[in-house]
Design a protein around this ligand. Structure first.
Ligand SMILES: Nc1ncnc2c1ncn2[C@@H]1O[C@H](COP(=O)(O)OP(=O)(O)OP(=O)(O)O)[C@@H](O)[C@H]1O
Length: 324
């Protein structure tokens, strides 16, 4: 598979003006993204996602390390390299506010040197694909946030670059527009074989759209794995255990210490322990806690898990995470 983006050992530190303190935003991050791949870049607030995206699209310079776009080194062939990439950054939609939807698309299509006929055809196609027909003659200024976001992404697609970076594309959008955008992004990735990097806190978006995910925490990559594999891995480790009687306070304490990622729902009728095991054999240690005070297990079931839970487990239990 062709590598479209190569990130090699990048580092970024900032100097806080007021305190003169050095903040390490990105620490030795490396990854490749291939043609047609949709990559989710995730992490808690302040993890280093935006800094990474800004370095890839040339808005920030790494302190060290290298970034190649389509094989071109950003440091040495900056303009040529950046021609292969377009970005929609959160809170920064590159649109002309006093032009209409159609005029914006025509303007950016014109910038690419297309003929009048080509411009009209491409603009019509995007207006149809993004369901912007009703709004085509409205000024961007008066559009809702969701409509502006759709237009910003349509403009990014116009450039027909190999790679598109989308920073929080669905943040603050209503359910309907968020759904529409997801469908469009899916089609673009599949049919046009574009490489897309999405940074998001919206886990259903990641689960649905991304082939692969990179989770960044405190400036470093903690996971680089196919979404499908992560879901499978965590699914096989997630158990729901129904007990015949409640756990004593000392058993609950042991559970907390030995299985920090577990939850105990005490109830007279049906006490349940939900646990995510690091290794399947750890279940024997769990049973020892029950056995020590004669607690009988009624049933054990595998629980289904969504990407939100996977993300939380990884970020919470980062030091314990290891692929099987
Ligand atoms: N211009 C800057 N000056 C000083 N510190 C900065 C600057 N930009 C980012 N940082 C710091 O670098 C770290 C990483 O920030 P970054 O914005 O890359 O994280 P993020 O993962 O995108 O977070 P969020 O999800 O909140 O947007 C944070 O500690 C942040 O405060």
């Amino acid at each position: 598979m062709d590598k479209i983006i190569e990130v090699q050992g990048i580092n970024k530190t900032f100097l806080k003006r007021k305190t003169k303190e050095t903040v390490t935003a990105v620490k030795d991050i490396s990854f490749d993204v291939h043609r047609g791949e949709v990559l989710g870049l995730l992490g808690p607030n302040g993890a280093g996602k935006t800094s990474t995206i800004k370095m890839i699209c040339g808005l920030l310079q790494p302190n060290s390390g290298a970034i190649y776009i389509n094989g071109l080194d950003i440091r040495k062939k900056r303009l040529k390299a950046l021609r292969h990439i377009s970005a929609v950054l959160e809170g920064n939609r590159n649109l002309y506010w006093r032009l209409t939807v159609r005029e914006n698309l025509e303007y950016f299509a014109g910038n690419r040197g297309l003929s009048r006929k080509e411009i009209a055809a491409r603009v019509d196609q995007l207006i149809g694909q993004f369901r912007l027909k009703e709004k085509e003659n409205e000024l961007v200024n008066g559009l809702s946030r969701g409509m502006q976001q759709k237009l910003a992404i349509a403009v990014a697609l116009l450039a027909e670059t190999q790679a598109i970076l989308l920073d929080e594309p669905t943040l603050g959008l209503d359910v309907e527009i968020s759904y529409e955008l997801r469908e469009i992004i899916k089609t673009v990735a599949k049919e046009e074989q574009r490489t897309i990097i999405i940074s998001s806190h919206d886990m259903p978006v990641v689960q649905e759209l991304c082939d692969r995910t990179i989770i960044i925490n405190k400036g470093t990559v903690v996971v680089d794995e196919k979404v499908e594999n992560l879901l499978k891995l965590f699914e096989t480790r997630a158990y729901s255990i129904k007990l015949c009687s409640e756990l004593s306070p000392s058993q609950q304490k042991k559970l907390d210490v030995s299985f920090p990622l577990s939850t105990y729902k005490g109830s007279f009728r049906q006490p349940v322990v939900e646990v995510n095991l690091e290794r399947s054999e750890d279940i024997y240690d769990l049973f020892d806690i029950f056995k020590a005070e004669g607690t009988v297990v009624e049933s054990i079931d595998r629980t289904s898990i969504d990407f939100e839970q996977v993300f939380m487990e990884i970020v919470k239990g980062e030091n314990n995470y290891a692929m099987a």
